[in-house]
Design a binder for this molecule. Structure first.
Ligand SMILES: [Mg+2]
Length: 287
């Protein structure tokens, strides 16, 4: 950051030989969050995590972010302070300073963030390179965010769960030549696999049993009378990375060691037509 808050605009300076990576995302009260469901601090943290996750999926390192906050006049200063405090916790954690923003009146509260990052020139990890036969892998575990949301809906318990943006993992994946495509899972595994593959005439065959889940997940789902598969396959906001790997190497254990986190192989990329056929083992979900 060369010039931060206080001038007409911020000035950021990537290193020589880097590309600039930009992403923006809005979190709207009543659509993406409710004040009754979680603390303002958690809402703020989640807003930056969601945006940092998009940088992670591109293998970019954060440079800074801007915030456009819209809120009704009656939103208390306490809530505004807590939202900001949450944002700044994650900003400090991931070296992504708040470099500017604005505040405006609105009917409901929303936080629109724009994150700016940098990646070695031409080295951004994209959604674009998958081919039939590639292995599909995910970082971490899925379903925790959807389970927390379901629990809140049923019991009124506040959401404390918070995902982790996989910035380090994304940066490492970009240096592995066998990794052909990557996306962060914000909308749910099936939806985001579709975003990764559908426009290329491809589909995913996913082994449900191999989809990594939190400890005691089945029991927690049973208590809430929820189908665990639905949360695993369709639940959003886990912000793990879904990526395609060409060939048998690197192995899952090598990927785990290099990324420093859990990695699981959950299926394969197949031609869109083939996913409807019988060539795929039973228990695999086709779409
Ligand atoms: Mg994304």
């Amino acid at each position: 950051m060369v010039i931060g808050i206080g001038d007409d605009a911020a000035v950021l300076r990537p290193r020589a030989g880097e590309d600039v990576v930009v992403s923006t995302d809005a979190m709207v009260e009543g659509v993406h969050f409710r004040f009754e469901n979680q603390s303002c601090r958690n809402i703020g943290r989640r807003a930056l995590v969601a945006n940092l996750s998009d940088l992670a999926a591109m293998a970019a390192r954060p440079l800074g972010f801007t915030l456009a906050l819209a809120a009704p006049a009656e939103l208390s200063l306490r809530r505004v302070d807590d939202l900001l405090a949450g944002l700044l916790i994650e900003a400090a954690e991931y070296a992504c300073p708040l470099v500017g923003g604005n505040v405006s009146a609105a009917r409901e509260t929303s936080l629109t963030l724009t994150v700016i990052g940098a990646v070695a020139r031409g080295r951004a990890l994209t959604r674009g390179g998958a081919r039939a036969g590639d292995r599909l892998c995910v970082t971490g575990r899925l379903g925790a965010a959807a389970l927390a949301l379901a629990k809140t809906a049923r019991t009124g318990a506040r959401i404390r769960q918070l995902p982790t943006p996989r910035l380090h993992a994304g940066a490492v994946l970009a240096r592995i030549s066998a990794v052909t495509a990557c996306i962060d899972i914000s909308d749910g595994l099936l939806a985001d696999a579709g975003h990764l593959l559908a426009s290329r005439g491809l589909a995913a065959s996913i082994d449900r049993a191999a989809v990594p889940r939190p400890a005691r997940f089945a029991a927690a789902c049973a208590r809430l009378a929820i189908d665990p598969d639905r949360l695993l396959l369709e639940g959003g906001e886990d912000y793990e990375l879904l990526f395609a790997v060409r060939g048998a190497t690197p192995s899952i254990s090598t990927l785990r060691r290099r990324l420093g986190i859990e990695v699981s192989e959950i299926g394969r990329v197949v031609p869109a037509g083939a996913a409807a056929g019988d060539s795929v083992a039973p228990g695999w979900r086709h779409f």
